[in-house]
Design a protein around this ligand. Structure first.
Ligand code: MG
Length: 353
């Protein structure tokens, strides 16, 4: 068992342990004060783990309800949140009760947002079951939904009470879902750890996944402790995301995953950084090769202008400027503020075809 402790507006533990999902109740019991648990999960994950989680929570003495929504980023909207409020209210949930987010990034973001806002905030527990949510989105308290104008534009910072990571769940992921999470893992190497990046190059990530999860979570823990609400350093976690979100939006959030889109975004920004003389040359090729190794796309057919225009509606844009994340070299990243009018020119200088 590995444990990390996050010190933020609310302190909490991240516990990494094979099989913990079956014993989640005993880990949750000493931490939350509530009596009832609402498991929020999607139509892919609930049938696999819902029974075991319910059983464990019940044997720890909780009354358990569940709310299951259709799997997919298309569900990540305010209508789904309204359904969650209905379930919570109809089952008589009060501020003493809590939510269990069981699933991937979409589930954690939405269940967390429901927890942040129902009765002005109730406790929630994260049980991430995808690689992406285990290495990234379950830690740090970002919750929210997409609106028509863009991804994650409505949400709240709301920290979980505990994060329980069971690496056994990765065995049930399709290869595409594993790759999706690998994009965020590669991101951590790019922005903070050349050693991690090199291990991903020389070894097979699936074989050392426990160590990878720990390392990514530890990097994220440090970043969110120093900058919980993204006033500075936390922005580095958005490497590849500004254009990535635009790519997802251009595809109407279907047919391309978050990780796939972020991978393409990282390649474009590394190339642009190299062309601008701000990124050590050769980085973009290394990133591209690593994405390819883990079966991720490295380009997208959407016009770059469409992507940069889309990015101007992102949260990283404000006033007449936009913050972008670049790398100096692998493992070393920084933010740069551009005028909105400069974004397309900056990104396009890296275009080779
Ligand atoms: Mg992400």
């Amino acid at each position: 068992m590995k444990k990390l402790y996050v010190k933020s507006s609310k302190d909490y533990e991240i516990i990494i342990e094979h099989g913990i999902i079956k014993n989640c109740g005993e880990f949750i019991k000493p931490i939350v004060r509530g009596e009832r648990a609402m498991i929020i999960s999607d139509s892919n994950v609930y049938p696999i783990y819902g029974g075991a989680v319910t059983e464990s929570l019940e044997s720890a003495g909780f009354k358990v309800c569940s709310h299951v929504f259709p799997a997919g980023e298309e569900s990540k909207n305010l209508a789904s949140i309204a359904d969650m409020y209905d379930s919570l209210a109809e089952n008589g949930f009060s501020r003493r009760d809590f939510i269990v987010a069981l699933g991937g990034g979409v589930t954690g973001d939405m269940a967390g947002f429901a927890a942040a806002t129902y009765q002005r905030g109730i406790d929630f527990v994260q049980i991430p079951t995808s690689l992406l949510s285990q290495v990234d989105s379950s830690v740090g308290g970002k919750t929210g939904v997409d609106i028509r104008q863009g991804k994650n534009l409505v949400g709240a910072f709301w920290q979980p009470s505990v994060v329980l990571i069971d690496p056994n769940t990765l065995a049930t992921l399709t290869p595409e879902f594993f790759s999706d999470g690998m994009a965020e893992v590669i991101k951590y190497g790019c922005i903070k750890s050349e050693a991690l990046f090199e291990r991903l190059e020389s070894e097979n990530a699936a074989e050392i996944i426990d160590e990878i999860i720990y390392e990514c979570v530890d990097i994220k823990r440090g970043v969110v402790e120093r900058d919980e609400r993204e006033a500075g350093e936390r922005m580095l976690l958005n490497f590849g995301h500004t254009l990535g979100h635009s790519i997802e939006k251009a595809h109407n959030y279907t047919g391309i995953s978050h990780g796939q889109a972020v991978g393409v975004g990282m390649v474009i920004m590394a190339r642009a950084g190299e062309a601008a003389g701000m990124t050590e040359s050769g980085c973009a090729d290394r990133i591209k090769a690593l994405l390819e190794k883990y079966k991720l796309p490295v380009s997208d057919k959407t016009e770059l202008k469409t992507l940069t225009d889309g990015a101007l509606g992102d949260k990283k844009a404000s006033g007449d400027g936009i913050n972008i994340v670049l790398i100096r070299k692998i493992g070393d990243s920084f933010t740069e503020r551009l005028k909105k009018t400069e974004l397309y020119g900056f990104c396009s200088q890296g275009e080779t075809e």
